[in-house]
Design a protein around this ligand. Structure first.
Ligand SMILES: NC(=O)c1ccc[n+]([C@@H]2O[C@H](COP(=O)([O-])OP(=O)(O)OC[C@H]3O[C@@H](n4cnc5c(N)ncnc54)[C@H](O)[C@@H]3O)[C@@H](O)[C@H]2O)c1
Length: 270
């Protein structure tokens, strides 16, 4: 398959979906494979990673799958080293895993905080530490992360540990980009707005005060100037652009994929 990432090797962490449908990591893996990359799809859920790899191949792309929990530093480092050993290169790393715990902060324990911070922030350090020598040796590469509108704004319900660590991830990527620019490594963050993914389908009703799924979905869409939730593919398109040479002069910044949400203040009921 030829395309913008032809001949390149891309690692996607959190490349599966929680159940049926297309989550953001899965869509990113499919977009990278569709653009010609060999995709190493990693997920804590091996079957989910394998499903992503299968779909990449079914669409004519090349992919492999592996089980990796990004909370396991040694396993994460070994997984990235394994891709580098097998292929001799890693051109793109996309860190897509995000954990959170919605609800009043009093119900978020210190152990919850550490787990969320490790997944959303420390794993960026572990994964990038493993990939920097590989990319530097070949003159550069691209590192991307998925952050959230919750890292910029209150999203209408308490989500403090998630929001604070997703905010930190954005700044991590900026500072990482500056530190490694001389090595030819670009780093940017895709900030996703309200996206319709399998995870959201599972948690939406409870996040929106116990409303039915359809009511909660309508309430989510109504907040967005473009009047709909985003799709995982909307986010993947932005990731593909940032991963490609089209974004050769873009580093240390963010691309918001939110249907205009962050640019607006809305009155209740409008
Ligand atoms: N869905 C949204 O509305 C939305 C909005 C903004 C940002 N995001 C961010 O986008 C990313 C993807 O979200 P999503 O809703 O598509 O799916 P998700 O976060 O529910 O799941 C993506 C995949 O990550 C895997 N995963 C979970 N914990 C892992 C771990 N410890 N190690 C490795 N893999 C793990 C899951 O098994 C799943 O296959 C996350 O970072 C999330 O915070 C999502």
């Amino acid at each position: 398959m030829s395309g913008q990432l032809s001949g390149r090797v891309a690692v996607v962490l959190g490349a599966g979906s929680l159940g049926e449908g297309i989550g953001i990591g899965k869509a990113i893996a499919l977009a990278f494979a569709g653009a010609g990359a060999h995709v190493a799809a990693f997920d804590v859920d091996l079957a989910a990673a394998q499903e992503t790899a299968r779909l990449c191949e079914e669409a004519g792309g090349r992919a492999e799958a592996g089980a990796v929990d990004v909370l396991d530093d040694a396993a994460l480092t070994a997984a990235i080293a394994g891709v580098a050993e097998r292929h001799g290169r890693i051109d793109v790393l996309h860190c897509n895993v995000g954990l959170g715990k919605a609800g009043p902060s009093a119900a978020t324990s210190a152990a919850d905080w550490r787990r969320i911070a490790d997944a959303n922030l420390t794993s960026l350090h572990v994964a990038t530490s493993a990939v920097v020598p590989v990319m530097s040796a070949r003159g550069g590469g691209v590192v991307l992360a998925t952050s959230s509108i919750a890292g910029l704004r209150d999203v209408g319900y308490p989500h403090l540990a998630y929001g604070a660590t997703k905010a930190a991830a954005i700044h991590f990527m900026r500072l990482f980009a500056i530190e490694h620019a001389a090595a030819g490594i670009r780093a940017n963050t895709v900030i996703a707005g309200l996206i319709d993914t399998p995870r959201i389908r599972k948690t939406l009703a409870s996040s929106y005060g116990g409303r039915s799924f359809d009511e909660a979905r309508a309430a989510r869409a109504a907040q967005v100037p473009l009047a709909r939730m985003g799709t995982a593919e909307d986010v993947a398109d932005a990731a593909l652009f940032l991963a490609s040479d089209r974004a050769a002069y873009i580093t240390g910044t963010e691309l918001l994929v939110d249907g205009g949400l962050a640019a607006t203040v809305r009155q209740a009921g409008t």
